[in-house]
Ligand binder design. Structure first.
Ligand code: HEC
Length: 230
């Protein structure tokens, strides 16, 4: 019946376009019906969390880990509620990932702790004997670059209206304000304040000393980021 179409490149191309556009609409349009975007409870990344996200991207964690829980029972039993599009409102770039060599990390903050990450990132197979994940020792001695983080925060606040220093609604009805420094010094202090809370649960003395001296090793920022994934 459609032989004529296969012999006519122009109409064939139009047909392909219409088919793909229709399929696209079916995928995209239902998202507009989602009650809120960003999803209530989703806040912008704090200075330290964003520094951790940079470390995550820099070390290609997303090559082995996805951050997207699919709506299947096997996944929701293991990882928690399936992902909603509004939860990614402040993710630039998104880190959905296309391959799971390791487990999904979308909600890893719900079931792993600072202490666990500290041991695991130093030497994964010490905790999970069969692990093929490499250790990331250098994260304990490489310091984060708050300058780049602040530059990103200023850019996304101005260009996309990411609500830094503004109240965002939380699931329990309260609200939360994520602060952004207006100077590099202020940003550094905000990040250090968060870092001090994290190193309380860590045991590596060099990392603790660095934070006490006003520096932030990448591992601290990475853990802040992983803890924020809920
Ligand atoms: C070569 C692939 C690979 C890379 C790269 C990798 N991982 Fe993993 N990861 C794994 C595997 C496999 C596991 C499961 C075994 C284990 O727990 O060690 C895992 C487990 C984990 C877990 C525990 C998750 C859970 O639910 O138990 C965390 C957290 C994690 N990885 C974080 C990271 C971070 C952060 C990075 C980047 C700094 C990273 N991974 C890089 C393969 C990888």
């Amino acid at each position: 019946m459609f032989h004529w179409l296969e012999k006519n490149p122009f109409f064939f191309a139009v047909g392909v376009f219409v088919t793909i556009a229709f399929a696209g609409l079916i995928e995209i349009v239902p998202n507009f019906a989602q009650a809120s975007r960003p999803t209530i409870g989703t806040a912008p990344y704090s200075t330290l969390e964003l520094a951790g996200r940079h470390a995550y991207i820099k070390n290609s964690c997303n090559a082995c880990h996805s951050q997207l829980i699919r709506p299947f029972k096997s996944e929701t039993d293991r990882y928690g509620h399936y992902s909603l599009s509004g939860e990614y409102a402040y993710d630039r770039p998104f880190l959905w990932g296309s391959k799971r060599t390791g487990p999904d990390l979308m909600r890893v903050g719900n079931y792993r702790t600072t202490e666990w990450h500290e041991n695991h990132m130093m030497n994964p197979s010490a905790l999970v004997p069969s692990s093929i994940m490499p250790g990331y020792k250098w994260m304990f001695t490489t310091m984060v670059d708050v300058d780049t983080v602040l530059a990103e925060q200023i850019t996304i606040a101005n260009a996309f209206g990411v609500p830094y220093n503004k109240a965002v609604p939380m699931k329990d009805g309260s609200s939360r304000i994520v602060k952004m420094g207006s100077t590099l010094e202020e940003a550094n202090n905000l990040a250090l304040e968060e870092a001090r809370a994290i190193v309380k649960d860590m045991k590596n003395q060099d990392v603790k000393d660095a934070v006490a001296n006003g520096k932030i090793p990448e591992i601290v920022a990475l853990i802040a980021y992983l803890n924020s994934l809920k």
